[in-house]
Design a protein around this ligand. Structure first.
Ligand SMILES: Cc1cc2nc3c(=O)[nH]c(=O)nc-3n(C[C@H](O)[C@H](O)[C@H](O)COP(=O)(O)OP(=O)(O)OC[C@H]3O[C@@H](n4cnc5c(N)ncnc54)[C@H](O)[C@@H]3O)c2cc1C
Length: 417
């Protein structure tokens, strides 16, 4: 089923009775070529690119809940390619290019909106760091524009420039950064994978990973055993628990990250804006809600709801930066379980068990990575070789010490945030 403007108009006139379910609800088969554990953004995009790029369609995505119920449907939807260090830099650059063609690739409106992202800075030292980052982005082929204080004021006139505790010195503008509708991304990839023959099996929790003679042979699930010679663990915040089923201990801590949305307001914020002196970033959804968040709660947890100290910190930062926000009413807050690595960078790799792959450690940034990660993991599964843009996301960097660091070098180390 292809979506066209004509079809939408025709269905509108005919009472919307011609639409079919967007994906099937198949029973699990006894065996697949590839099993992907986890029907989040990364699992679905991996299945899609396995089918689309490599013609591998005898694939099952096993999801313990429902498609889009994990972090892919809980994030604040920011899409950007503004990393500093080699490794992350080329990976997110590639991912953003995939985003830019995603709606036509999927024939699905994911509401990708390149409204521009502005990182504010509030000191000379921060300015230096952002100049370096901007240069790194430009070297990578991405876009970055250094704004002075007046430049920021032209874009974001509603910020407090005059009475604020942390004066705004300027900002790094990333015009191609922006947002997308998170659950539409999950639905679009699900639909694309399903229509190419992938089985999406919901309400199917993996409870064990079968291994014989050092090679994976299949999985145990709440809907029975399923065999496969290739299995990928793509379960975000549950990575530690699922890897333990294969006898592995991953360098990952799970933490809750909270987000907040206000009642719908008339358009006021037409960029993504991040504060440089506290943990706070904000954008406005197409429905009008101000969507904002901050940092992880500073303790490891599997609860998908957060605690008050971080909520208070985020609200304080919001009020410092744009006091007008105090008049908006917060409608909802929620949390998601984040898979935090010590170096704040992800893992896309084989494991010591033959045929068993891991895609994890996405920290705060896994939504914008959805296309790039699926593309890279599908390549690794299909060819046995890492994709060049993801070649540094190796598991053994935590053993060898030759590693990546994210832009702050913080990852799961709370006291460094
Ligand atoms: C509040 C918040 C804000 C965020 N904001 C941003 C942002 O603005 N930009 C950005 O780039 N990133 C953001 N992120 C991060 C991003 O959402 C995640 O890194 C990313 O979604 C994780 O990958 P995923 O989509 O595959 O995860 P998920 O959607 O969580 O998918 C994992 C799936 O695995 C399933 N699963 C787990 N265990 C099993 C099992 N045993 N058997 C079967 N299935 C299992 C889960 O049910 C889940 O559906 C944010 C996250 C949160 C929580």
């Amino acid at each position: 089923m292809r979506y066209t403007g004509l079809r939408v108009i025709a269905e509108g006139l005919l009472g919307q009775r011609g639409w079919k379910p967007v994906w099937r609800d198949p029973a699990p088969k006894a065996e697949y070529d590839v099993i992907i554990i986890g029907g989040g953004g990364h699992g679905l995009s991996t299945a899609f690119y396995l089918a689309q790029e490599h013609g591998i369609t005898n694939v099952a995505v096993l999801e313990k809940g429902y498609i889009g119920g994990g972090n892919v449907g809980r994030n604040t939807t920011i899409v950007r390619a503004n990393y500093f260090l080699p490794g992350n830099s080329e990976f997110y650059s590639h991912s953003l290019k995939l985003w830019e063609g995603l709606e036509s690739t999927l024939n699905y409106n994911v509401m990708h909106s390149q409204r521009g992202l502005i990182n504010l800075f509030h000191s000379d030292g921060q300015r230096d760091a952002f100049v370096r980052r901007g240069n790194a982005m430009i070297n990578q082929g991405d876009d970055a524009v250094l704004l002075d204080r007046d430049g920021v004021r032209r874009h974001l006139p509603y910020l407090d420039f005059d009475n604020t505790r942390f004066p705004i010195y300027g900002g790094l503008f990333h015009p191609r950064g922006g947002t997308a509708r998170h659950d539409a991304v999950a639905w679009g990839y699900a639909r694309g994978a399903d229509s190419r023959g992938v089985d999406l099996i919901q309400n199917c929790e993996v409870t064990g990973i079968d291994i014989a003679n050092g090679a994976v042979t299949g999985v145990q699930t709440t809907r029975g055993a399923i065999r496969a010679k290739k299995v990928a663990m793509v379960v975000a915040g549950r990575s530690g628990q699922v890897a333990a089923m294969a006898g592995m201990r991953l360098p990952i801590e799970s933490h809750v990250l909270q987000a907040f949305v206000t009642e719908g307001l008339k358009p006021i914020i037409d960029h993504v804006v991040s504060f440089g002196m506290g943990h706070f970033y904000i954008s406005q959804s197409d429905k009008g809600g101000l969507v904002f968040g901050g940092d992880i709660d500073f303790y490891a947890s599997y609860a998908s709801r957060g605690n008050l100290p971080m909520a208070e910190h985020v609200m304080e930062a919001a009020m410092t930066l744009m006091p007008a926000i105090g008049r908006a009413r917060v409608l909802r807050s929620w949390g998601g379980i984040m898979d935090m690595t010590p170096d704040g960078s992800p893992i896309i790799d084989k494991t010591d068990t033959h045929g068993l792959f891991v895609d994890a450690g996405w920290c705060y940034g896994g939504f914008k990575a959805v296309p790039g990660s699926g593309f890279a993991l599908a390549h690794l599964i299909a060819t046995g070789r890492p994709l060049e843009t993801a070649a540094r996301f190796r598991l053994d960097r935590f053993r060898t010490g030759v590693g990546l660091l994210d832009e702050e070098g913080t990852g799961s180390q709370h006291n460094l945030h």
